[in-house]
Design a protein around this ligand. Sequence first.
Ligand code: TRP
Length: 459
Amino acid sequence: MSTVTTGLARGAWTSRAGFILAAAGSAIGLGNIWRFPTTAGEYGGGAFVLVYLGFVLLVGIPVLLAELSVGRATERNPVGAFKALVPGSWWPAVGALGVLTGFGILSFYSVIAGWTLGYLWLAVTGAFSGALSSEESGAIFQQLVGNPLLPTLLALAFLVLTALIVRGGISGGIERASRILMPAFFVILLILTVRAVTLPGAGKGLEFLFTPDFSEIHIQVVANALGQALFSLSLGMGAMITYGSYLQKRESLPIVGFSVALFDTLIALMGGVLIFSALAFAGAESTTSGPGLVFVALPTIFHTLPFGTGFAIAFYALLAIAALTSTISLLEVIVSYLVDQRGWARARATWGMALACAVLSIPSALSLGGSPFFTRFVGEVSFLDLMNIVWGNYSLSLGAMAICLFVGWKWGVRNALAEIQAEGNRFALAPLWSFLVRFVCPLGVAAVLAYIIFNRQYF
Ligand code: TRP
């Protein structure tokens, strides 16, 4: 098996901590701090959170283990992995859908990531040094994202940063950097969150986030919670097949899988607590919604901290880094496919795809006022929102269902368990996992998708 050409050099995760950091780096990103609070805000708060947690346990963790086992068993990219296990079948198309999905997600994700660069600049220039009302904060946001040129340039800048790292291989650079930066991100997030919950009025935000109103649970809440669980854990498109392909046989997949899922979920909940406390403090309605929610909420609390500007700078710098460890994993899937399966040179694949993605990101970058056409692309739904829903919810759901069907029925749980239990590793929950992968996950996901198609409630 020759996948030596992939950028995460084979020896990359020589330690368990190295892998957990890289996989957690992929999982933890804007999905936790931006997408989770935004989606929770739009789809009912506590009810959404509850359904989301259910999906993490019942679908997310089982699919994570399924992807890791396929990756480690084959040591290949998603397309190559299916080809290796079932040659001459149509299953590699599932891997190809994953590659396409990576492209779609990266195209809008880089726009939001670009905003974090813009906010880093605003923080450095002292825009958040004084008290800001949510209206004033909203105006700052609108000025940045409504600009017809700036968001596109920022997205491009972010893709160039991503390409520079993916091009050069991740082993020494990003993995070593993640060891310091991800813990730093966690500490800053913790301090901000503690500050936010102790601000006057914060309780209302927490109530919104943690009091489920069961009458709020309708199909869109369920579909978005499923999509968010998969998105946040980087599942459904083969990213974890790719990362798993670099893991050593002696590692316990259940242990590393649970650790990644636990970190990711904790950080999403912290992100939600931080944002909704800040919103409640600033006096904004808890139902304030849309992609700007997070960017508007946070600047209202920096001035309540000593060294507020320093905090703002550190926070946006670390958020950009968290986003970067995620965009790397998205681009890496596309690049490893082109290099391994199509024989492209790594440099050509990296720069070619980053630039193609930059072009595809333009409509998303114009989706918050830059262009009226893309701002209201389908009814009230912007182009960016559409990308987010199509790739981030539906395509990931479809991919996750396919991976479960593959592992559960085609390749077979027995083969998967042999991989998971390689070199004497134990997996006490094997029977439960088999049941979830064979029945609960595929049927659950299929039911959600079927309901949506049948009732035409796509958004
Ligand atoms: N999980 C990342 C986040 O929450 C985003 C991401 C990176 C992703 N790689 C992925 C999402 C693969 C889906 C699939 O920010």
